[in-house]
Design a protein around this ligand. Structure first.
Ligand code: ATP
Ligand code: MG
Length: 593
């Protein structure tokens, strides 16, 4: 598919665009070389001038399904690369030896591609995994030790915590801080060789225990952890810390602009410190990558944390990662969201440097604005009651069905017409009949005339109720020669038009009416447990009737059901013989206060 935003679409500028434009104008990265794959300084020096003007990356941890917050980051990174003649790498950040699931890896690749992006650029396959860099990370650690920039600390975790100080109190140097490089190197190799138990020692960068930035107070860069790694197996019993691994991953991949969320702002000085040291040592190419932070997406009524979404799945609060109420990309997709809608959403919310909440209606608005111009229309009755046209046999003929048609899309005549039939009995919405109409009600009540959309004008004569008072059938008479599109159609003026489907040709369907998963805009505000704010009515399933044109709908097709909103055939459960439609969103924002 083509990304919605192309070069012709003017983009709203933002601070990241300005930084990149500045770097391009100043030729900051113009002399960069690219060795054709990630690597150290020598590898790139032997390469060609980099054909990519900028290199960005999207670095997910493969420990869950991606959500709408990741989608923002994907659109941002891949979008900037596309707009500035660059490339964007997809990098699995798998330095943490946790059980990695190929299910997650596959779903992440799927999500990026579905959103309309690709990590294949200029004939390169820029799909990487951070654990492939373990050897280099180890070598860089030995270099730091030899250069006097790192030491093995054997204080207990508790001592280390106490000696770190706090915001007002500077830290205290570890008694191990003055070990010689040779001693540190020997000890670090013992760590690597499994001579020390888990947690007995860490390798720390030697920076400044009095730094006002606590992250610069000799941060740990390697720890001992006997854990099997999905890629490197049992080769390592020491693993790099994320704050050490990430800058190195960026540097080996020749990333120019490393974009991350605001919580990493305080890590930037260490990012630069580390890469400056490694560049000095000639281990990585110069100029090294720079980190820039933007505000993560917070969306009202939505949780954006893989861990919490996993909890909803594991506790069976939803049917799975792809439950249409989930803000995961698979969930949004099954709900009926399109890549275009998500790209438009990302473009509209832009990027900022301060945290804020985006209203859920912005996401729904982007969906409506992208679907309205293209979605085929259809009529559907979600809460059906039978309407009987009592004079049908006299005026139209017993058993006769009359042809009706409507445009597939009101503004796209090329899509043609949809055809359906009206007969003596049609299904209408039960809410379209009122025995005693409230003020301003223009639909069916005894004595009132309405038009059956694309059909005839009818006059309501009454209704039948069951013992409980529930209306079981509505009656009306058809006014002849008033059919839409015929010369007589304007002869009777009506204030109300109602949607319907014919009993004779309607298709029965299961319709899943989805709503927000949480009742609170901020499901965790004031320390609340998000599970207590689950919306008990986030799903209701109804048996509906839809017009016959939908009989041939295939899974994943989107429609506008007139008056009701946008619907999609369910990707999993819709099949020949079982019609299942999910409500994507209503026609308008129904949650506006
Ligand atoms: P989670 O807490 O859901 O696991 P994460 O940030 O730990 O999120 P990663 O897989 O490490 O998830 O993230 C990959 C990329 O996605 C990171 O670069 C991160 O900045 C970005 N990202 C994650 N959540 C959001 C969000 N809510 N808004 C914008 N970007 C996000
Ligand atoms: Mg994470």
């Amino acid at each position: 598919m083509t990304p919605l935003a192309d070069k012709e679409t003017p983009k709203t500028s933002n601070f990241l665009r300005q930084i990149i434009e500045h770097d391009l104008n100043a030729a900051t990265y113009a002399g960069r070389k690219w060795g054709g794959s990630p690597g150290d300084a020598a590898h790139h020096a032997a390469g060609q001038p980099d054909p990519a003007k900028v290199r960005l990356r999207f670095p997910p941890e493969p420990n869950g399904y991606l959500h709408i917050g990741h989608a923002k980051s994907i659109c941002l990174n891949f979008g900037l690369a596309r707009d500035y003649g660059g490339v964007c790498h997809l990098r699995f950040d798998d330095t943490n030896p946790e059980k990695e699931d190929t299910e997650y890896v596959d779903s992440i690749k799927d999500a990026v591609q579905w959103l309309g992006f690709d990590w294949h650029n200029n004939g390169e396959n820029n799909l990487f995994q951070a654990s492939d860099y373990f050897d280099f990370m180890y070598r860089a650690a030995e270099y730091l030790i030899e250069a006097g920039h790192a030491y093995v600390d054997e204080q207990t975790a508790e001592q280390m915590r106490l000696n770190r100080g706090d915001f007002v109190k500077p830290g205290t140097n570890s008694p191990f801080r003055t070990r010689s490089p040779a001693e540190n190197l020997a000890r670090f190799r013992e760590m690597r060789d499994g001579k020390l138990p888990d947690g007995a020692a860490v390798l720390r960068a030697k920076i400044d225990m009095a730094s006002p930035n606590i992250n610069m107070r000799d941060p740990a860069i390697y720890r001992i952890r006997r854990a099997h790694h999905h890629n490197t197996g049992d080769k390592w019993c020491i693993y790099p810390m994320y704050t050490y691994a990430h800058p190195i991953e960026d540097a080996l991949e020749q990333i120019t602009h490393s974009i991350c969320t605001l919580e990493f702002e305080d890590q930037r000085p260490f990012y630069d410190w580390l890469l400056d040291r490694l560049a000095e040592g000639g281990l990585i190419a110069s100029p090294h990558p720079r980190q820039y932070e933007f505000a993560r997406l917070n969306l009202t009524y939505v949780l954006t944390s893989k861990r919490k979404l996993a909890q909803l799945v594991n506790e069976k609060r939803v049917s799975g990662w792809d439950d249409p109420r989930m803000p995961t990309i698979v969930g949004l997709r099954r709900r009926g969201y399109t890549p275009e809608a998500i790209q438009l959403f990302a473009e509209r919310i832009g990027v900022t440097k301060s945290d804020s909440w985006i209203d859920y209606s912005t996401l729904e608005g982007a969906l409506r604005d992208t679907l309205d111009p293209i979605a085929p229309r259809a009529m559907a009755v979600l809460d059906p009651v039978k309407l009987v046209l009592t004079n049908w046999d006299e005026v139209m003929g017993a058993g006769k069905l009359d042809d009706c048609s409507a445009p597939v899309h009101p503004h796209l005549p090329d899509l043609g017409k949809r055809n359906f039939k009206i007969g003596k009995e049609v299904w209408i919405e039960s809410t379209d009949y009122e025995e005693t109409p409230p003020k301003g009600f223009f639909r069916l009540f005894p004595g009132n005339k309405v038009r059956l959309k694309y059909g005839h004008v009818i006059e309501c004569t009454g209704a039948t109720k069951d013992a409980s008072g529930k209306v079981t059938e509505v009656q009306a008479t058809l006014i002849p020669d008033t059919k839409s599109g015929t010369p007589g159609s304007d002869s009777v003026k009506v204030k109300g038009v109602i949607t319907w489907v014919g009993v004779a040709d309607a298709v029965q369907a299961e319709v899943r009416l989805y709503d927000r998963l949480f009742t609170e805009a901020h499901p965790e505000a004031d320390g609340k447990d998000f599970l207590e704010n689950l919306n008990a009515n986030s799903l209701s399933v109804v048996t509906a009737y839809v017009e016959p044109s939908l009989a041939s709908a295939t899974a994943g097709q989107r429609f506008q059901f007139e008056r009701h909103g946008y619907f999609v055939t369910d990707l999993k459960d819709h099949a020949a013989g079982k019609a299942v439609f999910n409500r994507v969103t209503g026609m308008k924002d129904s949650w506006v206060k």
